[in-house]
Design a binder for this molecule. Structure first.
Ligand SMILES: [Zn+2]
Ligand SMILES: [Zn+2]
Length: 278
């Protein structure tokens, strides 16, 4: 399995770790992964500044704490990118003591005490790192917080609740953008109304800025109303002619009323068909 967004130590400009302690490898397979947060306030920043922030953490650990390297196995930024810390083979120094460090990988999310609900990209990125450890470890399936087995508030209430829920991937869908909607409308115009020529509508082109599928429905409705009006008009004319023929017949017995009405109705029927077909 490859990480979708992965930055190696060279990629973020890591300092070389100190020998020999920085080179110490795990002596047995890991049980799983422990999740960490920053423990202080964090101000989110553009992704272009994330590598510099990881370098800052490494400097704190090496200069301030006197450690041989950045303490974490991996670091995940709020944009979902996974940064290589001590990686898969070298033992981390973030879980509290040597025994705890041996048992679990340590994955830090760039999430502070002030960050509130973590974003989907951060959570999915941490999950990417966990799955990467599981696949390439060797590493078991445990997902825990730093506070599990050690006295600390880490990884804070939000990330810990997510860890306790099994670190699920986000299923939030990205909202559809204006540009995507426009593209969809143009595809519909081209493939349904224009290319297929199902209905011959002269304004059914993408060149018409007022184009919409609703135009066709409105136009069809208008045509239907007009046809219904004309049919009623013809029916009224038919009724009037029938009355006139009968009035005429009452004055002249030589007129064949039925034959005359039949001839008129045939004419009207033909007229009716002609109107509908227009
Ligand atoms: Zn921690
Ligand atoms: Zn970032």
């Amino acid at each position: 399995m490859e990480l979708v967004e992965y930055v190696s130590r060279a990629g973020w400009g890591a300092r070389a770790y100190r020998q020999p302690s920085g080179a110490i490898q795990y002596s047995r397979p890991r049980k799983g992964v422990k999740v960490h947060y920053l423990g202080g306030a964090y101000s989110d920043r553009p992704h272009s500044q994330c590598s510099a922030y990881v370098r800052q953490i490494q400097n704190q650990h090496m200069n301030g704490n006197g450690w041989s390297d950045i303490g974490y196995s991996f670091v995940v930024c709020t944009h979902g990118t996974v940064y290589e810390g001590r990686g898969l083979k070298r033992r981390n120094s973030a879980n509290g003591n040597t025994s705890l460090n041996e048992q679990h990988y340590a994955v830090l999310g760039l999430h502070g005490t002030n960050s509130g609900e973590p974003g989907a990209k951060l959570l999915d990125g941490i999950r990417d790192a966990i799955d990467y450890c599981r696949k390439n470890g060797p590493c078991g399936s445990e997902i825990k917080g730093h506070k599990d087995g050690y006295a600390t508030a880490c990884p804070g209430p939000e990330l810990y609740a997510w860890v306790r829920a099994g670190a699920p991937r986000s299923d939030k869908e990205e909202p559809v953008t204006e540009a995507e909607m426009k593209k969809l409308a143009e595809l519909t115009a081209e493939r349904v109304w224009v290319k297929d020529h199902l209905i011959d509508v002269p304004w059914g082109t993408t060149q018409n800025p007022h184009w919409a599928a609703g135009n066709i429905i409105t136009d069809t409705g208008n045509v239907l109303r007009e046809v219904r009006g004309r049919v009623k008009q013809v029916q009224a004319q038919q009724e009037t002619i029938r009355e006139l023929v009968q009035a005429l017949a009452s004055r002249d017995e030589a007129i064949d009323v039925d034959a005359l009405i039949q001839r008129i109705e045939e004419r009207i029927s033909a007229l009716d068909v002609r109107i509908v077909a227009e």
